[in-house]
Design a protein around this ligand. Sequence first.
Ligand code: FAD
Length: 615
Amino acid sequence: SMGLGAAGLQLYSGSKAACEAEPTPPDALLALSPEEPPARRKTRVVVLGTGWGAVSFLKSLDPKTYGPDGRYELVVVSPRSYFLYTPLLPSAAAGSVQERSIMEPVRNLLRGGQGTYFQAEATAIDPNRRVLTCAVDQCAVCKTVAREEGKCGGKGQAACGAARDTFELPYDVLIVGVGSVNNTFGIKGVEDHCHFLKSIDDAHRLRLRISRVIEHAGLPHLTPEERRRHLNFVVVGGGPTGVELAAELHDFVQEDVARLMPHLKDDVSISVVDTMDHLLGAFDRQLSEYTQSHFARSGIDVQLSTMVKSVSDGVLTVSRGGKEETLPFGTCVWATGIAMHPLVRGLKGTLQQQLAEVQNARTGLVVDGHLRVKGTQGTIFCLGDAAVTHQERTLEAAPQLFAAADLDRDQRLSADEVVRMLKKNKKTYPQLAELATLLEEGALEKAAKGMWGASSKPGRYEKHIERLQRGLSFEEFRELLADMDTLMRSLPPTAQVASQEGKYLAQLFSDNHIAPYPGAAAAPGREISMGVWVPLPEGAPVFQYSHMGSFAYVGVDQAILDLPSTFPFKALKGWLVGQAWRSFETWRQVSARNRWMVQSDWIRTKLFGRNISEA
Ligand code: FAD
């Protein structure tokens, strides 16, 4: 038998060296591979990650499918044993909410313990053999150095010199949801001198740092200059993360430092540095201008058109208007964007050797309309920050729309007919419904702007308008949809996208639409030849993102809300929006437990203030 029992789950133990690590009991891992005849074996679905995409998948997957009588054997692999609600990381760093309030143990999400969770990191994917290599963090169980904060762990390196335990895990279908890593753009000194804000450890370290510099600045031997230098916070990156962090820091200073250490309040400075000429590039321009003037009123300094060249101890070297300048800082937080995860880069490299032309995106794994990684025969799915949606998505929809509308390909379509057809398929393609509404209003120009963003060239859409006026051929209709796809291809790396993708995949798996490589379950571990296209069963829906709008907290209880172009109001701002933002961030927590904790944190902060100490 070539079943998983035979292919097995191999456990290799690294040398323990000085580390007194307790090995993972091999039985627990091997029990995963029942010696069953291949035909009766369940399909092993391995999920990588416990972030927005993966957890949304786990929450929405029908538990019956991986229960005792289910058709899947579900295994989750992630170094992080909890889901992290990233949108509240800036609030956690400033102490407005507690760290544990935005973390949800992943075991709570595997209904009744029916799925398996391994706390390990996938280090390599072999798509031909369909085998993962996973590494276990020895530091987690090392009794000798684990307590020495900062020494152990780090960049996956055990300070005690222990090699990492690794094991191999075969899969039938893999779902990659490993997210992304911080982007330093290779700028010198960033890693060594800046804080990041991506993990709960980052938020924790930053909160300790803030507490320490404030206490330090109060020491009697400092000159006023030194004091101001300590209390100088610089955030690099004027996107939502940078803006929200600056806003939370501002509130912390105004509400808590002012109350407990009033003599320090005026020495604190907060700045946001960005290369663009305005903040919040992805938001409506009106909202970014509002944020800038709101920041100016709050005393947050905004340095635009400023590019960081290098970072050294306490100094940023920047270039502005062609000139080089230096900006001193006490604490610098780097929040400029994301880069490809090393595991994704590795898989991409393997795929590119065989399929360079389909895996051609710079930022992640190219997936098709069903989130299947191109070139892996439906054995690997990818979602969230790690995925790049593929151009064929809506092109695929064109023939289906035609067929569903019972139309002839030689027929020309009037604008009214296009609208009718798009509306008829509203359920299957919600994104098209938005286009239909705008077409109905005769507002393609507005549609183009709203849907493709400010960067789109207006001239490009004139041809569509002209064609709609005289009637579209099938090919022209295809082109219209393909142009719409430019938007979909560049889906932003957000929690909103990742969670919709997770929900969509869960539906695909719950309804048994996954159709992996024929014979996948019958011959696990056997080499597959990549690149062959495996069609999904008739009726399998295509993923469609529907944008619900974006919030950002800007401080002093105010927030901004950027809505999709189909809403009557596109840009909302102010105190009421601030209240809506709080309710939204509370309601969107993954469990009732976290909802309750976040809500009580906010009430506690309002009534008693934030904790200014390291406790
Ligand atoms: P993640 O949520 O990052 O999850 C990745 C998972 O993979 C983690 O569990 C990680 O431990 C695991 N993993 C990593 N490496 C491996 C490996 N080798 N093997 C196995 N598992 C691995 N988006 C919004 O829509 N709205 C917001 O308000 C918002 N605010 C944000 C604020 C901050 C501070 C940050 C950092 C991000 C914010 N985002 C927001 C973006 C959002 O968090 C990401 O787009 C989203 O997390 C992407 O989801 P994901 O599932 O792809 O990855």
